[in-house]
Design a protein around this ligand. Sequence first.
Ligand code: IVH
Length: 685
Amino acid sequence: MDLFSAPAPESARQRVAELTRLIDYYNHEYYMNDNSVVSDFEFDALLRELVDLERQYPELSLPTSPARRVGGEVNKSFRQVEHRFPMLSLGNTYSIEEIEDFESRTRKLLDGVPFSYTCELKYDGVAIGLTYKKGKLVQAVTRGNGTVGDDITSNARTIGTIPLQLRGDFPPDMEARGEVVYPFEAFEAMNRLREAEGEPPFANPRNAASGSLKLQDSSECAKRKLMFCLYFIMLPSGLEADNPAFASHAARMEAAKQMGFKVQPYMKECKDIRDIKAFIDYWDRERWNLPFGIDGVVIKVNQTSLWDQLGTTAKSPRWAIAYKFKAERVSTPLLDVSYQVGRTGIITPVANMQPVWLGGTTVKRATLNNADFMAKLDIHEGDSLLVEKGGEIIPKIVGVDLDKRLPNSKPLQYATVCPVCGTPLVRPDGEAGHYCPNQDGCTPQIIGHLEHFVSRKAMNIESLGTERLQLLFDSGLVHNVADLYDLTRPKLIGLGEGTSSTIQEKGAENIMNAIELSKQVPFERVLFALGIRYVGEVGAKKLARHFGNMDSLMAADIDQLAAVEDVGQVTAAALFDYFRQDAHRLIINRLRDAGLQMQMVQNIVGSALQGLTFVVSGVFQHFSRDQIKSSIEQNGGKVTGSLSGKTSYLLAGENMGPEKLKKAEKLGIPIISESDYEAMITTQS
Ligand code: IVH
């Protein structure tokens, strides 16, 4: 707890209770009943208000508060925790005969006792166990090796479908087990965003779910829109064994629903193997219409009192089994191979195939990865390829359909020159990929380079997306990053006439403003923006701090460069080579003349805000909350938590709490926007 914060007044206590109740109610309706009671805007405003109040009065912040769902806790590493009861896996099979064997064996073992089965979906995600004590979520642990897993509690709290506080009747001690999945829609949106920001996309929703649960910053995990699918309720005390609400798996799932868990509605009670087979057949066909991935069906004996009687083998219970769906596979003719050129010049071969229906979508293209992969497949001209789609959404080429190979067909040759600029391709020693080495003359590389330069983490020149950059390139105005600073409003207006990306007056103004603002971007980000091979965000920061300015960095030899923390020989050599090329020196000089930051700025960058006190609220476009606070301080201003007579400005982002707004208006405190703020620090300092 913050020792210096004032005790919470009764009014704050009451408001926190009221907000908690309201937000819990809206959350429950949204996640459990698919019912939006309030607009996103209103909801975010309430949540922001609660987050702000809890930040101001940490004593009011309970572990079950819905404010925890926005995250913010940082996990340096994940504590290893032993499971109270091992997380067993299930016996699994791809064969219907083995399901028949399981069914008849179970019937024999139970020797005339009446019982039934439940069939449910086998969610394709990451298994976790949630411990609830007195109805409160106290711990979330991944399956790990079944005995020991990682404590991911703060990330689990951000998942809307995991209740933080159980409702109604619940046992005093219980564990809920289930699978965290990444719904397809959210997964694809996240991957598009990653690609736009130059980060590698995740291969499939399962990997993405697993990666998300291991994010160090739980507020990042909160953005991932993961979902929890409950499949098992454990009652460690055994006290509830006689309670009919817990006497069968189906009843436990119903009880869990009343406690506030989202329980998937696809479970079915089955009396015999015919019912079981019908369930399997149905979901094998229908699985592609679900909003998340499944990789099979799980069959469980429904009556929990029979579980002990059936017992477990070393690894898995005898009262349940998983049937796994086979990946769907088709054969389709290869039409041709195209070669894509990436931002860094990397070449990716892509198979263009006769369109074919596979797992709910039409497939016509799939990656061939690299020359080694193609060599291993030994593709010949005119071949048909075998394409598979497993629990994933991306189809994979798994082989050549040799039955369809044409007589005397020749093996396919890998491209030797860049498909765009014709430069001979190179393959660096020890790397799997081919590259086009014509960095400064090959269009996709130039556009990719420009995209990187303007991206949010680099120069943050918003309103210059790929289409507009392509337009600027095609019109001959921009061939390299320095050309951006020669743009003027008249040159921009009317560009792309007749296309959907025509630049109008307002668009031109936005572009020019963003370019102007980019001149304030600190040196370390300018260095990152140059897109020098192997120099990422962190490396750029370390280099900038070490050398202090561009001239010293450019003058450094390889040993001096490699002496910087985290800069290896390869990066040092890449930097050295980069700065030895006249074309690059010319660009750097032009950027310097345009007014970009070419040296580190000491802690206080200006005194534009000297004597001013700010309260910051809401969400901003160009800054995180921490960044905006340190920016205020670096410009000589002060930041406080609550509005008072001493506040000079309320700096309001999006979705700011309505209470703050009202209070500021009452006290007559001027309310300024993010762009007003940016103007304050750029014009005066
Ligand atoms: S029941 C003791 N039900 O599949 C019974 N498991 O080896 C525990 N899974 O690691 C498992 N969907 O993570 C069960 N509806 C479902 C499931 C499910 C997915 C996972 C589970 C387990 C693996 C089976």
